[in-house]
Design a binder for this molecule. Structure first.
Ligand SMILES: [Zn+2]
Length: 239
């Protein structure tokens, strides 16, 4: 978060009508003390003070995000010259969990990789269909998902999908009977990446030229472990 935005949120919260409860998305319902509130306010930049209190309201999430977007558009990270084909020739299948954003944990630059996220980062029929569609998009854009492309399956510890391991909706999501969920290693990310890579190998919808890897991210350490080392998806390429 840009420093000016962070400070704007905090100082707004400190001087809201309720002096005991922050009213911003940044610190919702967080009790604050009066001395702390004044201390932070005086450390805030003068322009931030005028910006936040002239409007007499906390910044909304959209306010914050559009400000960040403006900062991005003005920064060197943005380039209008980026290509639709990822510069790393890499696709990542990962979980929607906000702690496990591949762009963050791999420090990706814009345009470097395609990231597909669903619940658990799992290879489901919908995942395979999307991979197939992306292959068509690449071809129509003058590229080809052939040799030199990487496909990473990224699972993680403490995944929310663990709570769904007995749910009929999850079985339907995977296209398996309820009793088939046990074979998908829902609660074991080290095993589930291997299960999903096997599913990729078995699907004719995915290019056999991919160099496929299975990784597990530990939410307690921030580190990624390679559980399934990079290897061609299939020995006989189909791209
Ligand atoms: Zn997850």
């Amino acid at each position: 978060m840009a420093p000016d935005v962070r400070e704007a949120i905090c100082s707004c919260a400190h001087f809201s009508r309720s002096m005991h409860t922050a009213e911003s998305p940044h610190s919702l319902r967080r009790p604050i003390s009066l001395p702390l509130a004044f201390g932070r306010a005086f450390r805030s930049h003068r322009s931030v003070w005028h910006f936040t209190h002239r409007r007499d309201r906390a910044m909304s999430v959209i306010d914050i995000l559009t400000q960040r977007n403006q900062a991005f558009a003005d920064s060197s990270r943005f380039s209008a010259e980026l290509k639709i084909i990822p510069s790393m020739k890499t696709m990542i299948v990962g979980c929607v969990d906000p702690r496990v954003d591949p762009a963050e944990i791999f420090q990706l630059e814009p345009g470097e990789a395609v990231v597909y996220r669903n619940v658990g980062g799992r290879v489901t029929p919908a995942t395979l269909e999307t991979l197939s569609m992306l292959r068509i998009v690449a071809r129509s854009s003058g590229g080809n998902m052939g040799p030199g492309w990487n496909l990473l399956v990224l699972h993680h510890t403490d995944c929310g999908i663990n709570c769904l391991r007995h749910e009929p909706e999850l079985a339907q999501h995977f296209g398996v009977p309820l009793e088939g969920l046990d074979s998908l290693a829902i609660t074991d990310p080290r095993t589930s990446v291997a299960v999903d890579i096997a599913a990729l190998r078995a699907s004719p919808l995915v290019s056999g030229d991919f160099l496929v890897s299975g990784l597990v991210y530990d939410v307690a350490t921030g580190k990624v472990e390679t559980v399934v080392p990079p290897a061609p998806l299939r020995t006989e390429a189909t791209a």
